[in-house]
Design a binder for this molecule. Structure first.
Ligand code: GLU
Length: 285
């Protein structure tokens, strides 16, 4: 083959490649637009946790928990049926990114409203107020609050406000062990690798109440922060008012109370009645 022929083939190939690329990019645009828009494919993708029993939990194809059911209720009010909801795992550290890249349309995942997160995402809500607490082994006698953590190994989840709080307030004296999930922290606690796990009280109560952990772990029970759970939405969203209206309706028609009772019953956890159900307005939090 001489240079001329090569060039000829190159041209032919590059024309075909260009056509293929154009077709692929059209297909891709179509898919992406379809995924994020309710009108075109009638689906909504909702980010949840999958390892927080009572809040966001996955067992095969079944999703349960307060967050999951609040999400179903709100999606219903926005016009989606159960079949149109696709639940997607959204670990603590990935939430902002998943909203910004359109991997999910909304997040209900024990997602605390914070000033730093508000720089990149919007929040509707809050729909619940929790508080950060500690989980220890049932036979522990020396950990009663965060001040007792000096020299101890403490597990928390990467990207959570809980880990940040400990780092800001107690990092000098505590050895913070960060994991990607709450289940990993519980394994470390049961195995004696860490002395305590920290995150929100309602999550810790759910973890302590599982069949596997019952009698082995206990929640300390003196919350030391206020965590207002918001509905994560992409920055610049116009959905805050509709989501807030749905949450207000959920409180007014008794569903909120029914769900929080259903998912905390038998755990020994009682929600703070001074801060719950939260009051919310019509605009983003
Ligand atoms: N609510 C806290 C947060 O948003 C801790 C729980 C979690 O990781 O989701 O970071």
């Amino acid at each position: 083959l001489n240079g001329m022929q090569w060039n000829g083939m190159d041209q032919k190939y590059s024309r075909r490649l260009a056509a293929l690329a154009a077709a692929a990019s059209l297909a891709l645009t179509g898919t992406l637009a379809g995924c994020s828009s309710a009108e075109s494919d009638h689906k909504i993708r909702i980010g949840i946790k999958v390892d927080q029993p009572g809040l966001g939990y996955q067992d095969g194809n079944t999703y349960t928990g307060f967050d999951v059911e609040v999400a179903r209720y709100v999606a219903g009010k926005l016009g989606y049926s159960e079949e149109q909801i696709e639940f997607v795992e959204s670990p603590a550290a990935n939430r902002e990114n998943m909203l910004n890249t359109g991997q999910v349309d909304m997040i209900f995942a024990t997602y605390s409203i914070s000033e730093s997160r508000k720089k990149t995402v919007d929040f509707a809500g809050p729909y619940y107020t929790a508080g950060q607490d500690l989980l220890v082994r049932a036979d522990n006698t020396d950990i009663h609050g965060p001040d007792d953590l000096n020299g101890k190994n403490l597990c928390s989840v990467t990207g959570s406000t809980s880990a940040q709080k400990v780092q800001d307030k107690f990092a000098k004296n505590v050895n913070l062990v960060k994991q990607n999930s709450y289940s990993d922290c519980v394994v470390a606690l049961n195995g004696g690798v860490v002395d305590a796990v920290t995150t929100d009280d309602i999550t810790l109560a759910g973890l302590a109440a599982t069949k596997a952990n019952k009698g082995k772990l206990k929640v300390v029970g003196s919350p030391f922060t206020t965590e207002r759970y918001g509905v994560g939405l992409p920055k610049g969203t116009d959905k805050c008012e509709a989501v807030n209206n749905a949450i207000n309706e959920m409180v007014a028609d008794g569903t909120w109370e029914k769900l929080i009772t259903k998912y905390t019953e038998g755990t020994g956890y009682h929600y703070n009645t001074e801060t719950n159900p939260p009051h919310l307005g019509t605009s983003c939090a």
